[in-house]
Design a binder for this molecule. Structure first.
Ligand code: IDP
Ligand code: MG
Length: 151
């Protein structure tokens, strides 16, 4: 089973959309295995977004993610990485599919509500950066047999 890292960004928290984001992932059948509500430090933000250092939007991105609390989460399921990015929608809300979080609640790329890991290696790196092993919960969900079958 695959795990992916998700953030409800400061705009999602301020706008009261954390529950909306969680409900969409739960309803899809993904399983929550870790969550923490925190104010992101500049140090953590720089590590998380190291890949974007030097880009025109980098400073704005660091100030956005550190501007107010976030909800950081780990979600699990078959093809969780691709599935969660699909539920969140394309980076630019005006290019995101109707029905996705970024389409339904966003307009500009600088306030696009969520983060989700984009590949298996990124997911491993991000989960390790934000969570200790002991903060992730392995739990059984009997309804899984009604949600997943094979791949
Ligand atoms: P992703 O979040 O969909 O993976 P990335 O390209 O990895 O998108 O960019 C990381 C984040 O940086 C975006 O979610 C968005 O918040 C911000 N960002 C990306 N491109 C721009 C831009 O052109 N202007 C402002 N912010 C941007
Ligand atoms: Mg990205």
């Amino acid at each position: 089973m695959e795990r992916t890292f998700v953030i409800a960004k400061p705009d999602a928290v301020q706008r009261g959309l954390v529950g909306e984001i969680i409900v969409r992932l739960e309803r899809r059948g993904l399983k929550l295995v870790g969550a923490k509500f925190l104010q992101v430090s500049r140090e953590l933000a720089e590590k998380h977004y190291a890949v974007h250092k030097g880009k025109s939007f980098y400073e704005g991105l660091i100030s956005y993610i550190t501007s107010a609390p976030v909800m950081a989460m780990v979600w699990e399921g078959p093809q969780a990485i691709v599935a969660v990015r699909q539920t969140m929608g394309a980076t630019r809300p005006v290019e995101a599919a109707p029905g996705s979080v970024r389409h339904d609640f966003g307009l500009t790329v600088g306030r696009n509500l969520t983060h989700a890991s984009d590949a298996p290696e990124t997911a491993v790196f991000e989960i390790g950066l934000w969570f200790k092993d002991a903060e992730l919960v392995n739990w059984q969900r009997p309804t899984d047999a009604w949600i997943f079958e094979g791949n």
